[in-house]
Design a protein around this ligand. Structure first.
Ligand code: IPD
Ligand code: CA
Ligand code: CA
Length: 262
């Protein structure tokens, strides 16, 4: 059986190494390729970071499976699955903007046991081991305590196929934006979840994400006392997050829009 407290120390070292290189090369001209749509980018740095992390995992844990954004599934029969997004916030990174993160989770029998989100430019390490609380740079974090949308600052995002697919969150955004103190589109789902966990954002929702965008963030948020509700009827990984009350209030607004639409 793995000692997750020991493993996470090593995972943080990998993330710091990758983050250092990402930061050093931020703002350089990168070769940009597109993936699922003309706005879905992949840079050399996404690929290099993923390769670094995959090699580190394979070296140390050769019998573990890996699910990562660019490579997909390194499928070997194992109870352990690493779920990694080596650079969450690629559009920001390609622009030279500072909001991007390394996200790494380890699951055992489909349950996330540890997760880290590292924000290189701010040198912020968010981390959690299941059952052990959530931490930012070694200090315990908790979700915020707000109870009203009008006092809340929320984050959200929009899927890469937003131009072609009307199921693009613009309807929910239009409904919720006038009701809140502020709304942010940070450009990194991992960063959003990490900041809700630390009470710096009050809530977050997004549709059509992928497992690597949220695996670490959901554990960190739950360990920080937050609530995540998945929307299984929607595309991909769709979820609402916050403290219990704010999460519920966002959910009610989403349901209200859905009931008008149906
Ligand atoms: C994206 C970011 C973004 C979210 C997208 C994700 P990437 O990940 O998390 O905030 O809106 O849906 O795909 O492509 O930068 O790793
Ligand atoms: Ca991502
Ligand atoms: Ca990515």
């Amino acid at each position: 059986m793995i000692n997750y407290i020991e493993v996470i120390k090593e995972v943080k070292c990998w993330a710091r190494k990758v983050g250092k290189i990402q930061k050093e090369h931020l703002g350089e001209n990168m070769v940009l390729n597109t993936k699922s749509s003309s706005v879905d980018l992949v840079t050399e740095m996404d690929r290099w970071s993923e390769e670094f992390l995959m090699n580190a995992i394979r070296d140390k844990y050769p019998d573990h499976a890996i699910l990562s954004e660019e490579y997909g599934k390194h499928d070997i029969a194992s109870n352990y699955l690493w779920v990694i997004d080596p650079l969450d916030g690629t559009t920001n990174y390609a622009q030279g903007l500072h909001v991007f993160a390394v996200s790494i989770a380890l699951q055992y029998q489909s349950k996330t046991r540890l997760g880290i989100i590292y924000v290189p430019v701010l040198d912020q390490m968010f981390e959690a081991v299941r059952g052990q609380g959530a931490y930012l740079n070694g200090n315990a974090i908790r979700v915020g305590g707000k109870a009203e949308l009008r006092e809340s600052v929320l984050a959200t995002g929009f899927p890469y196929d937003r131009a072609e697919n009307p199921d693009n969150n613009v309807n929910y955004f239009s409904r919720i934006t006038p009701q809140v103190r502020g709304i942010r589109r940070m450009g990194s789902a991992a960063y959003d979840l990490a900041n809700v966990s630390a009470g710096l954002l009050d809530g977050y929702w997004e549709l059509n994400l992928s497992p690597w965008d949220v695996a670490a963030g959901v554990l960190i948020l739950e360990e920080a006392g937050g609530k995540v509700v998945y929307l299984p009827e929607k595309r991909g990984v769709s979820l609402v997050a916050g403290n219990e009350v704010i999460c519920q209030k966002i959910l009610e607004e989403i349901r209200a829009v859905d009931s008008i639409g149906s």
